[in-house]
Every structure is written in structure tokens, then in C-alpha cells.
Design a protein around this ligand. Structure first.
Ligand code: GAL
Length: 709
């Protein structure tokens, strides 16, 4: 059946309501409204395909929506995907799961939203599991006879033929489907993020370094460990407490354990005085020992987990109970936020836990819907709690879904492959999600320093020592390099904060994959040049349908507009880097490169390859032990890279409250000009007076890569 009743929903966004969608969805749960003004400022676009080419069909127990595809089109997104970035040719079974060890699409944060490198996106807003067949299914009538090969005799035989449609398995009751126009892939993602309320702006302290202490630590052990950070001259802003601060952890009580933390308020204040915030680990399943248990019991699901209740947080009464307890026992004594663990569930053979899909909840939701939505519910409840105090929070969550871009939460995983962790930085950027490649342990100093370098160029720089007791100085031979990168992150804080403000206001993620900045043809051109010059065979056939490995450039990413990060992992001392066109410099080597091509770079353990675009102006501050408290001013340094004219942006506000929503913020342009004699001068141009976080402004010109600290 053809469907044509698409309705404009926002500038460049169209909605199709299929069937009679029921109950909550990510969009309705989050209650966000589109950032209308920002959407209005985006380029005007036409629908990306003819509506008549979209088909809907009833199948057994579901509906199938199918959307046309070009033969070479690549598809990105579908949430946090650690095992591949281009989803073309794959079945994506988008179910929340904490063990995404196989490339099925299951993940901590499945999002039924894909974007095409042709510059558009498609999103299904539902609380149910959606399967997206991303050009992996072949209709009989569309099968091309020339594509059919015999596996007995033909080496080119492929398991999946190149398909001409995406097929989406929708819940039988239907769903709202949205199409986002471009014209570029970056525009399509920005539209999706803006439609979902824009990106999150974390508090400044959230962008400093984080350390999570081992389980069962006492207050004294935590205080001593915090003190060691200062002694080792390693900046740190947040200390995370893991299981053991609660009287009961699995299931959880949400109450302080009196023997380990006899005076929680005093403990939190003591840390605060030395510039540390406290983040608390928790999970959803409420212990019979918790004071919340009896009241939450009638508001909980039919099945328990680890003997604890699984409350129905679609019910306002349950939300109120949770919030009140958390407010009184944690937030009011100064706790800064949470790590919302275990809200994804696990289906490993040796470790299966979670309520089943057929569980019933008092609101009428079933276990499938609740599991898909649980992570979002916890993010929302806790975010609201801090908002009600006019305090921003920033924390961690292990499950998410669509419409999460306004949430102050960063995803993490128990998996630990470094390359997959880097790919997570790329893949999450397509779906309004943030991800941390957290460091826990290492096989050796090399593994350690490489992981530390990566995490310092991510949305949340954290050592999660809950099970390993590691510290940044655990490998003394690389301690200096680890300190250097944690300090470099602190120095770059004004730049990082500005990148987040751009996310908030324009929907462009602070860390983003290469297809955001290079079109498919630019990438193909760079690859062709490389193959020619170096006689290197970068296979450019579509790996999604082939057996050969293809370079997807899912191991490097942009950090803001000016920096490109190309991490190395243990065992590597050189790598290929895809550089967008223009002139680039090695941020710390000063080496000059011409982009629009692929380069090879070498780097010892003391360096992560990071490149800065010629003409960029990067706002920096001193690498303090922690982010300065509200009202403290620090010097601002504007560093201009390369030669010729240049510019950069600076955003600033109080860094902690929501007052910026009432207009208390400013944007400045840092513009550099050069006179006829070659002398540089810089000007900070803005209509909002002086940026209040800074005591002075100095300039550095014509840097060709440098060691700023
Ligand atoms: C895991 C979590 C780890 C750590 C641990 C504590 O579920 O992913 O980061 O918090 O629980 O038991």
C-alpha cells in the first residue's frame, strides 16, 4: 500500500502517523518541544524521496514500512553501535541489551533512527522493539538476475545481495515515523537533535576529569584517594562512589551504609572543599530493606530482579517517591549526580537477569516497553530533580533510547575493546547520544596510556576503578603523559564547553564521526588519491555486502569544528588519517599537512595524533586542579593556529545553573586579522559584554602546533 499522508511537523521534518500508536513513546515521555527558532534557521529542504515510493504492508503480527535506497548509499545511526558504523546491508534488531557482543543491532542504546550519507534521516518513535533491515532484505520482484551467483564456482558470491529498500518492522498498533531533511548528513542529525529539544549543556565541572573508587570503600579511603590526586598533580573534579555506599547494593536500598559512611553530609562537604563533586552509583531494583519498598510495591511490575522491585516509573506516584528520597538523602546534602547502572538488562547465557517481556506493570506497560524505556525514565527523573534546584547535573547511564539529546547523561559499557570504544564515539554521534570510552585497567603501560589519551578527548573523561583499584599513576612509566593529557583536557575546557553549547543551540554534536564533515564523494576521492600515490589498496567496495574489510573511518573523529582526533591503540605506532580538505597542523607536533587526502602519521606513546585546522582560534584556560567554583575568574588565552586570518567561537555562562535559559549567557567571535606588515591582531567580538568567567584575555598568534602546558 502506498502512503502519502506525510505532514510537515517542523521545518524540514515530516511526520507520518501509521495505525494507532499507543501508550508512551520516547518523545512523549521526554516531553520535549522542538527548538523552533534554530530549525527555522536551517536551510529549506524538500522531502528526500518521493512519498509515493514509501510502502506499507501488513505482515503477521506487525507492519512493514519500506523506504527506497540508492545502490551505494551508506546508513549510519541506529543508536550506540560498537561493532560497526555503516549499517547498510545489516539487520538491526533494536533491543536494549547490556551485552552487545554480536553484531545484531542490540545495544545499551538502540535508537530506531538512521541517517543516510545522501543527507536525510528516518526515525520511528515507539517504546517497542523495532527491527530495521538496512538494505539487507531482497524482494523477489526486485532481485536482479545478474546479481545471482553460484557459491560453488564464484568467489564473488555474497550472502547478502545489494537491496534497494530499507524495511522497517513496526509494532502492530503502528507508530509515528519522522523524516528529517538535510541537505547534508550533519544537517539531518542536527534537525533530529533540535526536534528532540537540542543538545545537552553539561555543568563545567562535568567536563573535568572523573575517578570512580573501588567498591566497598569507606569515607576515609575515598578522602585519602582524593587527596592523592592533588598530591600527584592530576586534575580531578568528580569522585564516583560504586557499590558499597548503600546499605544494600543488589538489590539496592538508596540509603547510606552507616558503618562506611557515618556522616554522609560531612563527607560530601569535605570533598567539596577540595574541589571534588560526588557522583553516586545506583540501579533500578529496590531492596526489601529500603524505606521505599512498601510504598513502591503496589506501583511495581509483576516480576522482581535480584529480589528487588522493578518500579513502574511511568506512574507519577512512583516518580514522586523516588525523587523525594533522592532529594532528601543525596541531592540536598550536595551530591552532584548519579551513575544509573543496570537499567539495560542482560541475556548472557551465564548471567541472565531482567524482568521478562511479558512482565506486567500497573500502568499497563509490558516488560518489553519498560525495558526499552527504563534508561530514559531514570535519566528524566534525576535530571528533573536537579533542575528543580536550579543546579545542572552530569552523570552516566547504561541504557538509553531516542529523544535523549537533552539528557545530561553519558553512556558506558562493561565491554572493553579499545577500538570498539573509539567506534562508540563515532556511532553515538549520529543518534543524539554521548558515550565515554572509560578506562578501567590495562594489559600494560602502552594499553593504559593509549586508553587514557582517547578518554581525554571524549564527552566524559573517566577512570572507572570500581573493580581494579587503578589510579592515573598506576603505570609510573607513563604517568607524565597521562598527567599531560588530563591537563590538556582542562586547558581546552572553554573550547569543549563551546562545542557543547553548539550542540545545545544548533544540534551539532561536540564529538562527531567523519561523515559529518566529509561527503561520500570527498571521502572516495581521498581514498582514490591514496591508493594511487601509495599503491595502497584501501578497498572501497561496500563492505556491508562483501566479505572484504573496508575502511569506514570509524577510528577517528572531530572534536568541535577545529580538532580532529585519530587515536592509536596498543601495538600501533602509526596509522592512516583521513584529513578533510584545507591545511592542518599536528596540534602538538606543528607538522603541516594538506588535507583532502589520507596521510600516514607516526606517534610514540607520548602523543595521540590530534590535528588542528589552519586558522582556528582555540579558547583555553590554565590547567587547574579542578574547574573553578562559581564566581571565580580565570585567565582566558585565545590561541590562533597556522597562518593568515582566522576565527573561533567562545560561549560562556555561569557553568552551573540554568540561568542561561533566561538569557544569562554570551557568544563571542574571536577574530584574527593580519596587517600588510604581517602583524597579527585579535579581537573578541560580542554583544554581551565581557565573558564573566575570565579575569583577562590574552592572545597567541600563528602557532603551528604547540605544547600549551
Ligand atoms: C557494573 C557497571 C560497572 C560497575 C559495576 C559495580 O554493572 O557497569 O561500571 O559499576 O557494575 O558492581
Amino acid at each position: 500500500m502506498q502512503i502519502t499522508n506525510w505532514r510537515p511537523s517542523a521545518p524540514g521534518v515530516w511526520r507520518l502517523t501509521i495505525g494507532e500508536p499507543q501508550g508512551i513513546t520516547p518523545l512523549s515521555l521526554m516531553g520535549v518541544s522542538p527548538k523552533a527558532e534554530a530549525l527555522q534557521h536551517m536551510p529549506q529542504v524538500q522531502p528526500p524521496f518521493a512519498w509515493e515510493s514509501v510502502q506499507l504492508e501488513e505482515a503477521s503480527g506487525c507492519l512493514i514500512l519500506s523506504i527506497p535506497l540508492d545502490r551505494t548509499e551508506k546508513l549510519y545511526g541506529t543508536g550506540l553501535q560498537l561493532l560497526r558504523m555503516n549499517q547498510r546491508g545489516r539487520n538491526r534488531y533494536l533491543r536494549v541489551n547490556s551485552d552487545p557482543k554480536q553484531d545484531t543491532g542490540e545495544t545499551h542504546a538502540p535508537v530506531p533512527f538512521y541517517v543516510s550519507d545522501l543527507g536525510y534521516g528516518v526515525w520511528v518513535d515507539t517504546s517497542r522493539i523495532v527491527t530495521m533491515y538496512c538494505g539487507s532484505t531482497m524482494r523477489q520482484e526486485e532481485t536482479q538476475s545478474e546479481d545471482i551467483r553460484d557459491r560453488n564456482t564464484d568467489k564473488e558470491w555474497k550472502a547478502t545481495l545489494v537491496a534497494s529498500r530499507v524495511e522497517i518492522r513496526l509494532p502492530v498498533e503502528g507508530a509515528d515515523v519522522y523524516v528529517f531533511g538535510g541537505p547534508t548528513l550533519s544537517d539531518a542529525v542536527a534537525r533530529y537533535n533540535l526536534f528532540c529539544g537540542g543538545g545537552i549543556l553539561p555543568p563545567k565541572w562535568g567536563l573535568g576529569f572523573w575517578h570512580r573508587v573501588p567498591t566497598l570503600y569507606t569515607d576515609q579511603q575515598v578522602l585519602e584517594e582524593a587527596e592523592q590526586f592533588r598530591r600527584h598533580d592530576i586534575p580531578c573534579d568528580v569522585i564516583g562512589l560504586e557499590p558499597g555506599w548503600h546499605s544494600q547494593s543488589y538489590p539496592v536500598s538508596y540509603e547510606w551504609e552507616k558503618s562506611r559512611f557515618p556522616e554522609p553530609e560531612k563527607f560530601v562537604k569535605a570533598l567539596d572543599q577540595s574541589g571534588f563533586r560526588v557522583n553516586l552509583w545506583e540501579h533500578p531494583f529496590v531492596s526489601p530493606k529500603s524505606e521505599l519498598y512498601e510504598e513502591l510495591k503496589p506501583l511495581s511490575g509483576s516480576h522482581s530482579v535480584w529480589g528487588g522491585l522493578a518500579p513502574d516509573y511511568s506512574l507519577p506516584a512512583a516518580v514522586e517517591l523516588y525523587k523525594k528520597q533522592h532529594e532528601e538523602q543525596h541531592v540536598n546534602i550536595g551530591v552532584s549526580g548519579y551513575k544509573l547502572d543496570e537499567c539495560d538488562g542482560s541475556d548472557l547465557t551465564n548471567n541472565s537477569w531482567m524482568f521478562p517481556g511479558h512482565a506486567q506493570f500497573p500502568s499497563g506497560l509490558d516488560g518489553e516497553q519498560m525495558r526499552q524505556m527504563y534508561g530514559l525514565m531514570f535519566q528524566k527523573m534525576t535530571a528533573e530533580l536537579f533542575r528543580s534546584k536550579n543546579r545542572r547535573t552530569y552523570g552516566l547511564v547504561r541504557a538509553s533510547n531516542a529523544a535523549a539529546s537533552t539528557m545530561p547523561y553519558v553512556l558506558y559499557s562493561d565491554l572493553y575493546d579499545h577500538k570498539q570504544f573509539i567506534r562508540g564515539l563515532c556511532s553515538s554521534s549520529f543518534s543524539g547520544l554521548l558515550w565515554t570510552p572509560e578506562v578501567r585497567r590495562a594489559r600494560n603501560a602502552e594499553d593504559w596510556v593509549r586508553r587514557m589519551q582517547t578518554v581525554c578527548f571524549s564527552p566524559l573523561a573517566m577512570l572507572n576503578a570500581w573493580g581494579d583499584g587503578t589510579k592515573p599513576w598506576s603505570f609510573p612509566e607513563v604517568e607524565g603523559t597521562v598527567r599531560h593529557y588530563i591537563k590538556l583536557r582542562m586547558g581546552l575546557l572553554p573550547y569543549l564547553y563551546t562545542a557543547f553549547a553548539t550542540y545545545r543551540e544548533q544540534g551539532i554534536p561536540p564529538f562527531r564521526a567523519m561523515p559529518f564533515v566529509m561527503s561520500a564523494s570527498e571521502i572516495a576521492e581521498a581514498e582514490a588519491l591514496y591508493a594511487e600515490a601509495a599503491e595502497q589498496t584501501l578497498n572501497t567496495t561496500d563492505a556491508a555486502y562483501g566479505k572484504k574489510k573496508v575502511r569506514e573511518w570509524d577510528d577517528q573523529y572531530m572534536f568541535g569544528d577545529a580538532l580532529l582526533v585519530a587515536p592509536l591503540v596498543e601495538g600501533e605506532s602509526e596509522r592512516e588519517v583521513l584529513l578533510p580538505s584545507g591545511i592542518w597542523y599536528g596540534l602538538e607536533t606543528g607538522e603541516r599537512y594538506t588535507g583532502g587526502c589520507i596521510i600516514r602519521v607516526q606517534s610514540g606513546l607520548e602523543r595521540i595524533p590530534v590535528f588542528v585546522r589552519n586558522g582556528s582560534v582555540i579558547p583555553m584556560m590554565p590547567a587547574l586542579a579542578h574547574v573553578p567554583p562559581l564566581g571565580t575568574r580565570v585567565p582566558l588565552e585565545l590561541v590562533h593556529f597556522g597562518d593568515g586570518m582566522g576565527e573561533g567561537n567562545l560561549y560562556d555562562n555561569d557553568g552551573e545553573s540554568f540561568d542561561y535559559e533566561q538569557g544569562k549567557f554570551g557568544w563571542w567571535k574571536a577574530a584574527v586579522t593580519q596587517n600588510a606588515a604581517g602583524v597579527y591582531s585579535g579581537e573578541l567580538i560580542g554583544t554581551d559584554g565581557e565573558p564573566t568567567s575570565f579575569s583577562s584575555v590574552t592572545w597567541r598568534f600563528a602557532h603551528k602546533g604547540f605544547l600549551p602546558l
